[in-house]
Design a protein around this ligand. Sequence first.
Ligand code: ADP
Ligand code: MG
Length: 181
Amino acid sequence: MSHIVNGAKAGLETIGSEPIVIRTECREQTVALGRRIGTRLTRGAIVCLDGDLGAGKTALTAGLAEGIGCRGPVSSPTFTLLVEHDAGPDGLPLYHFDVYRLSGEDDFLDLGFDEYLSGDGVCVIEWSSRIRPVLPTDCLQIELTLSDPARPDERIITVRWPGQASWLREIAREEREGKPC
Ligand code: ADP
Ligand code: MG
């Protein structure tokens, strides 16, 4: 089971919205968290993922895709910049970006990618901080970190969504209770 970490103890910035902080101990727990979050996402949602290489952004996206109900499988779009996944029978399409290779938001705009942000599906953007100026403020923001070199499979995952505090509390409660997802 994953663990809820006390936000204040973790020394997190909470201005604007109270984040939830979850510790996972293996890839599957991170996928499961993504699945739990994904089932709640609706058309037009934008998920910003940040964290170093190997932090688990793509793993979390695999879970989001399952929860959203789009057609997988999810793999890293590092070289293609964008992978489009069609909607499953009752799901939404997923637009999975990895903007690591872009020099900034101008590249994103030049490629016409901003059209997806107001599109018919869910956008997930790995390395979103690189194009922050073109993203709306009310995105779901998820940051993944490898906090302890002695625990290579541990990730601290901070989830923040301005204006959606009750939604986040519900996710935290489900994680705490180990509710299947
Ligand atoms: P990123 O997209 O951030 O570069 P990936 O999801 O591609 O990262 O890779 C994460 C790697 O870390 C995978 O090899 C995965 O098996 C491993 N891993 C180990 N522990 C975890 C964890 N708790 N959560 C997510 N991935 C983990
Ligand atoms: Mg990745």
